[in-house]
Design a protein around this ligand. Structure first.
Ligand code: UDP
Length: 323
């Protein structure tokens, strides 16, 4: 079995490539390194069944060389932080294109050759949600012109495009909405909450909280997320094509609580907490309702938060400590 993973050098994609190789798959990883990292796939390059192609999936149609049994479309910048170059706000056009044109190139391959596709959508399609927690049926509260729209509207369009290919061409496309995910292979410089907090704590700088710290997020460990993603892709339910699954961890904490946990887990740190102005359009709460994945896929996250955080901190120590 062969898989094509777009965004395979990214945070989640690199774990997926690894997992597929371990399970005996042959893997083509397509990545233009807009937010992926060479470091994350360096070890995979030694594997005989791993092929890395450095290319922008939005640039043009994919030739039949890329045909596969499974297509995972994960390529997209995903950090919202406007101050970091690899975030989606710094690459708004590329972000809009990869979730529309880039996705189309992948769906065209699946249409020509068969095989299943999976589109990685996001909890951001719920915007600043008015329903809490968010169920898959919730249509969201999204600003089509706000600073996040290059990402959340592109992901919404990606879901719509997937449904067009399903309805018009019977392409078997699976849809997941990924909530905040963390773990090794996160980019220490992508500006997201945990990479910032952990690198700040490790270098004894103040932890930067945007706003008053009472906003919430629910964090899922990357290995748990992967298991959910593969369960969706391999589901044999007759209605699995086009059925949306929230994947995330319902355990919700405030940003201040996460900052305190990071400080507790890095006791050598002399960092304090520094409060900065709030980020515009920042969703105030986010928590997945995962009843559907629980009942239909028997999936739920298992990694305890503190253990996941400790593993993530170990990774950041390894990659950020000067040798
Ligand atoms: N955040 C923060 N300090 C930081 C980075 C992020 O307070 O240094 C906040 C951010 O404003 C948001 C939450 O942490 O409320 C999660 O942000 P992240 O960038 O990780 O992802 P998001 O959930 O917004 O996509």
């Amino acid at each position: 079995m062969r898989a094509l993973v777009t965004g395979g050098a990214g945070f989640i994609g690199s774990h997926l490539c690894h997992q597929l190789l371990v399970s005996g798959w042959s893997v083509i990883c397509l990545d233009n390194f807009a937010s992926g990292m060479h470091r994350s796939v360096a070890r995979l390059l030694e594997h005989p069944d791993f092929r890395l192609v450095e290319r922008d999936v939005s640039a043009g149609p994919l030739s039949d060389d890329f045909r596969a049994d499974r297509y995972f479309h994960l390529a997209s910048p995903a950090s919202p932080n406007p101050y970091t170059p690899r975030s989606y706000m710094a690459q708004p056009l590329e972000t809009a294109m990869v979730n529309s044109i880039g996705l189309r190139h992948v769906l065209d391959l699946a249409h020509r050759h068969g095989g299943r596709a999976l589109f990685a959508s996001t909890s951001e399609i719920y915007g600043d949600p008015l329903e809490h927690p968010q169920r898959e049926e919730y249509w969201g509260n999204v600003s089509s012109t706000g600073p996040r729209s290059c990402y959340d509207e592109a992901k919404r369009f990606g879901e719509a495009l997937s449904m067009i290919y399903l309805r018009k061409y019977a392409v078997d496309v699976r849809l997941i909405r990924i909530f905040n995910t963390y773990g090794p292979n996160m980019d220490p410089e992508d500006g997201r909450m945990l990479p910032n907090f952990i690198t700040q704590a490790l270098s004894n700088r103040p932890l930067t909280i945007y706003g008053d710290g009472h906003y919430t997020r629910s964090l899922c460990y990357v290995q748990d997320l992967l298991e959910g993603m593969l369960a969706v892709m391999e589901s044999e339910r007759p209605d699995a094509g086009g059925r949306v699954y929230n994947l995330g961890n319902p355990e919700e904490h405030t940003i201040l609580e996460y900052a305190k946990m990071v400080l507790e887990l890095i006791p050598s740190s002399s960092s304090t907490i520094s409060y900065l102005p709030p980020v515009p359009d920042d969703p105030s709460r986010r928590q997945p309702d995962i009843s559907r994945a629980r009942s239909e896929l028997e999936w739920e996250p298992r990694m305890p938060l503190r253990e996941g955080l400790a593993r993530t901190i170990d990774y950041f120590r390894e990659v950020t400590t000067p040798r």
